[in-house]
Ligand binder design. Structure first.
Ligand code: THG
Length: 605
């Protein structure tokens, strides 16, 4: 990890440079400067065809007092460069751009003011959530860019102007891979773009972006840039400052561009930018400021002067453990609990869903998902396992659609590692993987936990080990302990991304062996909660009533869920519309159900 940048960041507010694109445009470059008519407009190629133009931009911002300059590599991925038939030059362009910026930054560095180089990693021209490009292709393209940037000597990686959180996840997967392979790490900035309508281009709210990024420990700094001026950014920036545990970054445009004679004109003055930034730092606690489109050296010199006398406000941060869809964030702790996880998009658990899957009626499956939202589900469990069918393909078809068409977060319910990975590669939000256990030992669990790390997911852990499903509360706790140690100490997961499921057997069989099983489950919830207060606890509640008639099931499920919540249950997989508040169940039904749960009397089997 590059300490001197992070040291500088601890000492004071740092200043990024201003607009690269508009500063290049202002030089009135000719087709020749770009290396010929075929390459005209390809800013990234200037590091070969006219490096002086790029140096001029860097010099102007360094003279203005910027602490950090960004490489001229916004579009230097093979994906974007392919539009100019120079995809094969991606690595070289990144390396050269980084070398140019490095040389310029070094020339201006002093002991009092070291200058840093941030490698610019843009959004490309494709949106993976809309199927324009696969996760793997996007990640591989980013790997090449990141390798080039690091070879050229960047201090920081800046994943900026993000439009689609799935694109961000691909960039982070690329960066992680390069870090892992080289054994070296650099600070990483993720900066999202909030459009004038108040969300990212794909519709993502700022809280969802924060939740999706949260599990990635390689992300050092989070913030926003581009699309609007500082005024429009203020509300979202406040949300970031309240909720993000990371230093905050902001690079507004010089206002919303106005179209004047076919040209974008940016009108925010250096004065205006300075007064917004003074408040963003002094009142909200922003740590890195700079300018995006339309900001000039004059804007940046005002920011450099500003940070000499303004200290960032202390922030009090509330970062609630949450999961997210492409659109929205959902906290895992509800007051009162439980968080409801819709159980019906499950090929094994719903006849209707199974029939739709077999008929490949995907739109109707989306409709079922939406119906569960109307019924009160906060999350959706998704299972496409069905004998004789290709589970990966079915999961792909479902998650591709649910990613953009379902507003609540998904729980990926599969026992197959490749199915889980396929789902995580298609999902833009922070998902929950359902589930891991120790039935086949630690190997399979290790694989799934590695996926959770790579794709930023939470995970459900069942209390099952090599001897099968735990039956007593003590056994359930012992397995939970073993899984928690492995997950956190060996695989680097955080407590808040671990959800224990102590499992429940049916009380509907009358089987002597299981008469005490609900008591054990409820008791284990208390024990696991006490042992690991920052982990979560979930149950597949409907399992408790298999074998009973539908009416009795709804009553027993509701009563059991109530008791489990009293013991500390946070969430439950349920048929949301069939869960009744206790006052809606007649006294007799309630008493019979409670007697069943607590095994309090003899009853006919
Ligand atoms: N823990 C975890 N995941 C789980 C479970 C669990 N996933 C699967 C299951 N258990 C939870 N999901 C369901 C879904 C449906 C039913 C029960 C549990 C169910 N379905 C009706 C039946 O089979 O009788 C059918 C309804 C229909 O066809 O419409 O009861 O415990 N982590």
């Amino acid at each position: 990890m590059h300490t001197s940048f992070l040291d500088a960041l601890k000492r004071r507010v740092l200043v990024f440079d201003g607009a690269t694109g508009t500063s290049l445009q202002n030089q009135n470059l000719t087709a020749d400067d770009f290396g010929g008519p075929e390459l005209e407009g390809c800013n990234e190629y200037l590091v070969i065809s006219k490096p002086e133009a790029v140096e001029t931009v860097h010099r102007d911002f360094l003279e203005a007092g910027a602490d950090i300059i960004e490489t001229n590599t916004f579009g230097a991925t093979s994906i974007v460069l392919a539009e100019y038939d120079i995809a094969h030059m991606a690595r070289e362009l990144n390396r050269r751009a980084a070398q140019i910026a490095r040389r310029m930054a070094d020339a201006y560095s002093t002991a009092e003011q070291p200058r840093f180089v941030a490698g610019s990693i843009g959004p490309t021209t494709k949106l993976p959530s809309l199927g324009h490009i696969s996760f793997d292709a996007l990640r591989d393209s980013y790997i090449e860019q990141v390798e080039g940037l690091i070879e050229g000597g960047t201090d920081i990686l800046c994943v900026e102007t993000c439009q689609d959180m799935l694109q961000v996840k691909a960039a982070l997967a690329a960066i992680r891979r390069v870090f892992d392979e080289s054994g070296r790490q650099l600070p990483v900035i993720v900066s999202v773009t909030i459009e004038t309508m108040g969300t990212m281009l794909m519709g993502t709210e700022i809280s969802a972006a924060l939740t999706t990024i949260d599990p990635y420990d390689i992300v050092t700094i989070f913030g926003m840039n581009c699309a609007t001026g500082p005024k429009e950014m203020e509300e979202n920036l406040r949300t970031i400052c309240r909720n993000s545990p990371r230093p905050v970054f902001v690079m507004p445009n010089a206002g919303i561009p106005e179209n004047i004679g076919g040209h974008s004109c940016y009108k925010l003055t250096p004065d205006e930018l300075e007064s917004f930034m003074r408040r963003f730092v002094g009142e909200l606690g922003v740590n890195i400021i700079g300018g995006c489109c339309g900001t000039t050296a004059e804007h940046i010199s005002r920011l450099a002067a500003l940070v000499r006398d303004v200290k960032p406000a202390e922030r009090s941060i509330e970062n609630l453990p949450s999961v997210s869809s492409l659109y929205a964030s959902v906290p895992l702790h509800l007051d009162p609990p439980p968080l409801l996880i819709g159980e019906r998009c499950n090929a094994n658990g719903s006849k209707k869903f199974r029939e739709l899957l077999l008929a490949e009626r995907y739109d109707d499956m989306v409709a079922m998902a939406k119906e569960q939202i109307r019924e009160g589900a906060h999350l959706l469990d998704i299972c496409t396992a069905y004998v004789g069918r290709d589970e990966i393909r079915d999961m792909r078809e479902v998650v591709t659609r649910f990613n953009t068409q379902v507003s609540i977060p998904l729980m990926i319910d599969s026992t197959e590692v490749p199915v889980i990975e396929e789902a995580l590669k298609l999902y833009a939000g922070k998902a929950i993987v359902n589930s891991i256990n120790l039935e086949d030992g630690e190997e399979r669990m290790a694989q799934v936990l590695a996926l959770c790390k790579t794709y930023g997911a939470a995970v459900v852990a069942l209390t099952i080990d090599e001897d099968g499903m735990a039956k007593t509360a003590e056994q359930k706790l012992a397995i939970a302990k073993r899984i928690r140690t492995l997950a956190t100490e060996t695989y680097g997961l955080r407590d808040e991304d671990l959800i224990f499921d102590p499992l429940t057997f049916t009380l509907g069989s009358g089987d002597e062996e299981f008469r005490q099983s609900a008591i054990a489950t409820i008791e284990s919830i208390r024990m696991i909660k006490a042992a690991f207060p920052r982990c979560f606890i979930s149950l597949g509640v409907s399992n408790v009533s298999f074998g009973l008639n539908p009416q009795a099931r709804h009553v027993l499920n509701s009563v059991f869920l109530h008791e489990a919540c009293e013991a500390g249950l946070d969430m439950a997989i349920v048929h949301a519309s069939k869960i009744m508040p206790l006052y809606r169940i007649d006294e007799k039904g309630r008493a019979i159900a409670a007697d069943l749960v607590y095994d309090r009397r003899e009853w006919a089997s």
